[in-house]
Ligand binder design. Sequence first.
Ligand SMILES: O=P(O)(O)OC[C@H]1O[C@H](OP(=O)(O)OP(=O)(O)O)[C@H](O)[C@@H]1O
Ligand SMILES: O=c1cc[nH]c(=O)[nH]1
Ligand SMILES: [Mg+2]
Length: 210
Amino acid sequence: MRVHVADHPLITHKLSVLRDKSTPSPTFRNLTEELVTLLAYEATRSVRTVDVTIETPVATTTGVAIADPRPLVVPILRAGLGMLDGMVKLVPTAEVGFLGMVRNEETLQPDIYAERLPDDLSNRQTFVLDPMLATGGSLIAAIEYLFDRGAVDVTAICLIAAPEGLAAVEKATQGRDVTIVLGALDEKLNEVGYIVPGLGDAGDRLYGTV
Ligand SMILES: O=P(O)(O)OC[C@H]1O[C@H](OP(=O)(O)OP(=O)(O)O)[C@H](O)[C@@H]1O
Ligand SMILES: O=c1cc[nH]c(=O)[nH]1
Ligand SMILES: [Mg+2]
């Protein structure tokens, strides 16, 4: 598993505002979108391309286009939906599929409650969007689901991860082509499975449900 933790003052600044409990939902949503766009730059580094011939006003030259089959972007509902616009701004030709997952806050086990993905993901590069990687249970379930459908690789973009969750994803995905791109790797999980210092419940903060 490859892990890339962003190291850029703009990303750290935007994350700091996001973490602040006084930041209201509209600002939280805008910052989430901006952060995804910045992280997507790194996450799409290995996106497959094909050479194309183009005519500039001056000469004929060779450029690149995103190859077929198009990449698949999968936001994990609900919180991952807040990352979708930022991602598709950068990769407008990507196809979008959805996975609805919720973590049982007592057992911390993930449950898949909705799915709308292409049946066959053979040969697809997939990008999973979820702001929080806490115990890792949700991301592991999402990654297994995508590989079971035939995906060739999975890149997850998360704003914040806990070291415990990152280690769990690494253990569960041995031998798979998995890349995790993070805005920050935090200190730990607390006794109720929240990331410390984290930002609280991303879904609640995005959608104002607290
Ligand atoms: O790593 P884990 O321990 O599995 O926790 C992370 C999951 O928890 C959050 O979703 P949540 O279950 O709160 O659903 P929501 O997006 O609807 O708020 C988050 O968006 C991840 O999907
Ligand atoms: O800290 C956490 C852990 C799980 N889900 C969140 O939204 N935040
Ligand atoms: Mg939540």
